[in-house]
Design a protein around this ligand. Structure first.
Ligand code: ZN
Length: 276
């Protein structure tokens, strides 16, 4: 009898507990159920990954492959220069045997992209440097065939200066230049009617062409550099001797981009551009 009473009491307590839980607050109960479903899903996906790993023989598992040690690291993502502090380094008047490869080495070491405005008549003789420019992700612009003052030429002569350079570059199997920079900044608005490329000037000019000491070029660039800067320099020995220091000075403050990236130029862009 006593035993029977104990069972009844226990059953009453249990029923009261069930009633209390279902009637008092339904939300915690629902939350508990959701959590349980998520846990099951996570557990299922973990089980799946584990199974795939088990199916791969160890020697074929990519994470253990020695080839991975030889893989080229992905290029850094292209920054949005409307938001990030960007500068574009540009090098005119090359390619040259005594400077272009030094500049390319310095850029590659720091994984920095730049833009080269090349003179057409030098292109074929510096084939390796030209091919490296494109391979390393730099932009190649047209700086005429023989560096004349365009304001002293006829339209036909100007068109020839540009088209011959395009042909010299594409003749090496490279992409045709999409940017144009007139020598000596000598340019008239009427030329825009037949030069169907964006005309790229600059907003930072360290005048490296008249410097003999690389330290002076480094100091001037560092002083003048600012976000949106389109920096004109020259593909020559004194600048090549300065470029590693310039990159190391500017790198903590700026992202290095090509001219097209700095200006966010669309493929059909036309007009005169000086930077941001
Ligand atoms: Zn020039």
């Amino acid at each position: 009898m006593l035993y029977f009473a104990a069972i009844l009491t226990a059953a009453a307590v249990l029923m009261a507990a069930v009633e209390l839980r279902s009637s008092s607050n339904k939300t915690p109960f629902a939350a508990t159920t959701t959590t349980s479903i998520k846990s099951v899903q996570v557990a299922a996906s973990q089980t799946k990954i584990h199974t795939v790993n088990q199916l791969l023989p160890e020697q074929d598992n990519p994470s253990n492959s020695l080839v991975r040690l030889l893989a080229t690291p992905p290029p850094p993502p292209t920054p949005d220069c409307a938001v990030a502090a960007c500068v574009a380094l540009t090098f005119d008047d090359g390619p040259n045997a005594d400077s272009t490869h030094i500049i390319l080495d310095a850029l590659k070491k720091e994984r920095v992209k730049a833009t080269f405005f090349v003179i057409g008549l030098k292109v074929a003789a510096n084939k390796d440097s030209m091919q490296r420019m494109q391979k390393d992700g730099h932009e190649i612009g047209n700086h005429t065939w023989a560096h004349p003052n365009l304001t002293k030429l006829t339209q036909a002569q100007i068109e020839q200066q540009i088209s011959q350079t395009q042909t010299a570059v594409t003749g090496l199997g490279l992409q045709p230049p999409k940017l144009f920079r007139p020598p000596y900044e000598a340019f008239t608005k009427s030329m825009l009617t037949y030069i169907h490329m964006p005309v790229i000037l600059w907003n930072i000019d360290p005048k490296d062409w008249k410097e003999k000491d690389p330290k002076n070029i480094v100091a001037i660039v560092e002083t003048q550099a600012r976000s949106g800067g389109l920096i004109v320099m020259h593909d020559k020995a004194v600048t090549a001797a300065a470029i590693a220091q310039i990159i190391s000075d500017l790198k903590p403050k700026f992202k290095f981009v090509t001219v097209t990236e700095l200006l966010n130029l669309p493929p059909d862009a036309q007009g005169i551009f000086i930077g941001r």
